[in-house]
Design a protein around this ligand. Structure first.
Ligand code: PEP
Ligand code: MN
Length: 271
């Protein structure tokens, strides 16, 4: 039997994949920062955060409308109305919007509201969802499964690519290990490994890896040093009152410091 070369492989395509999202190029020369709250909690909250991060390094606004929570008793997102607020934030700031899609049933409805579809860690193995996203053209940011190997991660991306959508961004967000001092363990290793194997852009989410806002800055710097094309960080106007992931969300001052430290540390990188 002939060996199949995956579409994500550098053996298939030597040139790095660059993804254009409105005025932003992902996988190009600039480091892309995705910033915003874990969840959209109100119109005021998302507009405030969007206005704040705009012009402070962020190229893309994140905010969950449908939240995959470990406990069904936790806040699970505002749902469809959050998409309206995200769209308003986009119109006001010019920032492109990424939000998580959890089900194939939401695709049609969500389509006009989002610039990038996020597939969360818990859905990395949802092959139906991956194939549906592969059959449309908007970019997909695929988060690594909670305990997925690099090979499984790449094969999940393959489900999207195989249906014809070549705009896939991989996002390392920490994996489950025996270590309990942080929420997850950021697998820095996977960055050079993925860079060797694939032409797809690679992002890192230090917020979900750390689970603690104080670790986000060093992990972000480490990710960039290892070659990440971008980072995704949770930022909140009042982390102490956040309805989800407050402990790992940067407040405005910490976010500004993060952007400052990135520019200071990596003089050859433009944000
Ligand atoms: C998120 O980005 O808010 C999220 C739920 O992340 P993950 O899927 O990586 O847990
Ligand atoms: Mn979160």
């Amino acid at each position: 039997m002939t060996k199949i070369i995956p579409l994500s492989s550098k053996k298939k395509l030597q040139l790095k994949t660059k993804i254009k999202v409105n005025n932003v190029e992902i996988g190009g020369d600039k480091l892309i920062i995705i910033a915003g709250p874990c969840s959209v909690e109100s119109r005021e909250q998302i507009l405030d955060i969007a206005e704040y991060v705009k012009g402070k390094g962020a190229a893309i606004l994140r905010g969950g409308a449908f939240k995959p929570r470990t406990s069904p008793y936790s806040f699970r997102g505002l749902g469809r109305v959050a998409l309206e607020y995200l769209l308003e934030a986009k119109k006001r700031t010019g920032l492109s919007v990424i939000t998580e899609i959890m089900s194939i049933h939401e695709l049609e409805y969500m389509y006009d509201y989002v610039d990038i579809f996020q597939v969360g860690s818990r859905n990395m193995y949802n092959y139906d969802l991956l194939e549906v996203l592969g059959a449309q053209k908007k970019p997909v940011l695929l988060k690594r499964g909670l305990s997925a190997t690099v090979e499984e991660f790449l094969m999940a991306a393959e489900y999207v690519l195989l249906k014809g959508n070549s705009n896939v961004i991989l996002c390392e967000r920490g994996i489950r290990t025996f270590e309990t001092s942080t929420r997850n363990t950021l697998d820095i290793n996977c960055i050079p490994v993925l860079k060797e194997k694939t032409h797809l852009p690679i992002f890192v989410d230090p917020s979900h890896a750390a689970g603690n806002k104080h670790y986000v800055l060093p992990l972000a710097l480490a990710a960039i040093a290892a070659g990440a094309d971008g980072i995704m960080v949770e930022v909140h106007n009042n982390p102490g009152k956040a309805l989800s992931d407050g402990e790992q969300s940067l407040d405005y001052k910490m976010y500004e410091r993060l952007v400052f430290e990135i520019s200071k540390t990596f003089k050859n990188i433009t944000i």
